[in-house]
Design a protein around this ligand. Structure first.
Ligand code: AGP
Length: 588
């Protein structure tokens, strides 16, 4: 999973590429590179490390190039080093390629290339594309690229540049995102919309199997059989500033603080699409598919659907559904939840369910993303671009959409959503108190998060936030399961975060808190304001405002997001771009 950018025009090609690459760094950041056509020759610069390393090495460079491509990498084939960084070129240095995704048959292709005496320099699958285009080039880059796409198997997107046609880029997408940006006398290409926003708001997301031919004076899109396609231009309303840090130290902290607004905006957006939604009562059951944080919102929605609609539902890790024998039919509604709408596991699971006859409803944050376009119905979460790798505001936005959907025939219940922004605001005022806990907690080696019912998924989400940004081992558990094994982990050094609001499982949670104390565990509770019973059991008690049991996940998660953030920041870690992770995982 990587980020691709491209530019054709008479602007400062290098500056455009570097600025766009910086916006894509969340997709992967182990190495980066650019390729330009200068005076008929290919210039390539690539560096391992973050994009600032590439910027440093190109500092002061002037170029007259009218076309260039760039790449930020998250390694899938081959270790992190300059040789494996993109762009890759053919043996004569006439073609350069940047690629995102996986070429599944690359070993076979590589053997064929080696048999032809071609020197294969990197350990990547991507290099094969450059050699294949060089071998198939007969004077037209579009034609050569089209021919090569027929030889490649897998899910990928790539862009090609050639010394033979110095003002042209050709690109192709199959299951990996690619968006064209339209300018005046210049045109752009990127893996997602935010990377294009500094330059243009007129965009065209490419669809499955489409090729694009970019020149300074125009863009042509072709279907897989090379027939020309006319596409509607989308005008992006997002504010560029909203993609910047807005005064906060990290994007994650900014995004946590944006949550009250995100709930309101998501609700507003949902109201405007009400009539376009499927009727839940038409289906026998709902199957949720999602990964990571999005999966946790699905787990909460399952309870809402059972309670408010009496509709049975299953929640599947997306990566587990595609290869399962789950009987799925036209009586099933599959709800695929994904911030990016590009997560390969989620998309492929959803598509396989669709093939088995299900209706597909997606809940996505990125309008025009692959999942959005592949679905029968879409709901948008209106959280704006989320830059921090750890999902926060998009989780709250997903909960808003799911609650809205689950209460479609009960206006009274639905209106309760309007209470959420103020409740979140109130919890955010606890930031300083939560920050004060971070020095002590940051020396922790391992932590447990426990909850029940609607707050069990919150325990999972709290643990996920801590582990992904602070690298502290954390486990989320249904509190009732502790006695079946995990309780053996508890000692005086183990913090146990207990979410114990006064809901139907409150008394049970108090018993679990007692069990922790009996093993000398350090209990940190998240409970309602004024709950003296809980406070008496807690080493630290985080008090949140009282609300209806069904709404509690919206606010119990906030202190856990803040705690994870402050612990990681206290440890001096790269909160927005934690190691080994990428914001969008477009490989299976
Ligand atoms: C959450 O903090 C993660 N970084 C990750 O688990 C994420 O939620 C998951 O990869 C799914 O992404 P999606 O919502 O874009 O599909």
């Amino acid at each position: 999973m990587c980020g691709i950018v491209g530019y054709v025009g008479s602007g400062d090609t290098l500056l455009v590429l570097l600025e766009a690459l910086e916006k894509l760094e969340y997709r992967g950041y182990d190495s980066s590179g650019v390729a330009l056509i200068e005076d008929g020759k290919l210039f390539i610069e690539k560096k391992p490390g973050k994009i600032r390393e590439l910027i440093k090495s190109l500092w002061g460079k002037k170029t007259s190039a009218k076309a260039g491509i760039g790449h930020t990498r998250w390694a899938t084939h081959g270790q992190v080093c300059e040789l494996n960084a993109h762009p890759h070129s053919d043996s004569k240095g006439e073609f350069a390629v940047v690629h995102n995704g996986i070429i599944e048959n690359y070993r076979h292709l590589k053997e064929q290339l080696l048999a032809k005496g071609i020197e294969y320099r990197s350990q990547t699958d991507s290099e094969a594309i450059a050699h294949l285009i060089a071998l198939n080039y007969k004077g037209d880059l579009l034609e050569a690229t089209h021919k090569v796409t027929k030889m490649l198997e897998g899910a990928f997107a790539f862009a090609v540049l050639s010394t033979h046609e110095p003002e042209r880029i050709v690109a192709f997408r199959r299951s990996s995102p690619l968006v064209v940006g339209l300018g005046e006398g210049e045109n752009f290409l990127a893996s997602d919309i935010p990377a294009l926003l500094p330059f243009t708001r007129r965009v065209v997301p490419l669809s499955e199997g489409e090729l694009v031919d970019l020149r300074p004076d125009g863009v042509s899109i072709y279907a897989e059989d090379l027939s020309p396609i006319t596409r509607e231009v989308m005008y992006v309303q997002w504010d560029v500033i909203s993609a910047e840090k807005g005064g906060f130290k990290h994007f994650m902290l900014k995004e946590i603080n944006e949550q009250p607004r995100v709930v309101s905006e998501t609700i507003r957006g949902l109201i405007s699409r009400e009539s376009e939604l499927p009727n839940l009562a038409d289906f026998r059951r709902v199957i949720f598919v999602a990964c990571g944080t999005s999966l946790h919102s699905a787990m909460i929605a399952k309870h809402w659907l059972s309670r408010f609609q009496k509709i049975p539902s299953e929640v599947y890790h997306a990566s587990e559904l595609r290869y399962s024998d789950e009987p799925i039919s036209s009586q099933d509604l599959v709800i695929a939840i994904s911030q990016s709408g590009e997560t390969a596991d989620t998309r492929f699971a959803a598509l396989s369910a669709k093939e088995r006859g299900a209706t597909l409803l997606s809940i996505v944050n990125v309008v025009g993303s692959a999942l959005d376009r592949e679905s029968d119905f879409s709901l948008y979460t209106h959280a704006g671009p989320e830059i921090g790798v750890a999902a926060t505001k998009t989780f709250i936005a997903q909960l808003s959409a799911l609650y809205y959907l689950s209460t479609y025939n009960d206006q009274k219940l639905r209106q309760k959503l309007s209470l959420i922004p103020a409740l979140i605001e109130e919890v955010l005022t606890l930031s300083e108190r939560i920050k004060a806990l971070s020095p002590e907690l940051s020396s922790t080696k391992s932590a447990l998060y426990i909850g029940r019912y609607l707050n069990y998924p919150i325990a999972l989400e709290g643990a996920l936030k801590l582990k992904e940004i602070s690298y502290i081992h954390a486990e989320g558990l249904p509190a009732g399961e502790m006695k079946h094994g995990p309780i053996a982990l508890i000692d005086e050094k183990t913090p146990v975060f207990a979410i114990a609001v006064q809901d139907r499982v409150y008394e049970k949670m108090l018993s679990n808190a007692e069990e922790v104390l009996a093993r000398r565990g350090k209990l940190i509770s998240v409970g309602f304001k004024g709950d003296e019973k809980l406070q008496s059991l807690s080493k630290y008690a985080i008090e949140i405002p009282k609300t209806d049991e069904y709404l509690t996940p919206f606010i119990t998660i906030i202190p856990l997001q803040l705690l994870a953030y402050f612990i990681a920041d206290h440890l001096g870690l790269d909160v927005d771009q934690p190691r080994n992770l990428a914001k969008t995982v477009t490989v299976e």
